[in-house]
Design a protein around this ligand. Sequence first.
Ligand code: PGA
Length: 263
Amino acid sequence: MKQQKPLIVANWKMHMTVVKAVSFVQRFRDLVQHPHATIVLCAPFTALSALRYELQKGQGSLLPLGNVQLFLSAQHMFSQEEGAFTGEISPAMVKELASFVLLGHSERRHLFHETDAEVHKKILAAHAVELVPILCVGAFVGEKEGQVSHFVEKKLDEQLRNCLTGLSFSNGEKLVLAYEPLGAIGTGHAEDPQRIGHILYFIRRFLEQQFGAAVAQSVSLLYGGSVTSANAKQFLQEKEIDGLLVGSASLDVEEFVRIVQCV
Ligand code: PGA
């Protein structure tokens, strides 16, 4: 079932200085008109503080813009509370500045060798400080072939089990789950929306079996991979797709506004 408002998540990756990030938000505020979406900006750590200050000039963490709710997210964090981990950022540090944290993105998995076991620890650590994890799954070779092939189901089942087993949702913990097929990330070749609908249906059933219907319905399921203003609407029309994870198209404020406005 659809969540009430679509969730549009911008993943800026290693782009945007503080100055550029703040001017993006100011321009976004000027351009956007009555959209019906919740927006999350996954900004670099260095820009989170200035963005938070900019957003709080309005009302709390919300932009004062009709229906638009805009939240901040980190793109990564470590699972430990604190300690001698040079260069790392703790859950409590993220929580001071943001409401969400992106975990297990394919670039973290492939370039920095993050494993499902580490991602699992990070989800638990995020929940412990009331951060909402945006868990990325998918991104394995072979996803393109066929329909919801046995192979894709098997790989997804394995990833989901590794990352989510043992989680508790008994205190209202929240989760966002983004499915991103490898061939679609940063390639300009978005997946077929219907095929994504089938895969997200499979993920929803998995969540239902593991955690019950109420939790399964509370999880926002996103699609990510070469989303642009030209294809966003087609994805959002699919029954199981609650929102989008947008990479390169989120760096251009006018294009990002077009995506948000298509909701
Ligand atoms: P893309 O990136 O939109 O540039 O394909 C998506 C992502 O990596 O989250």
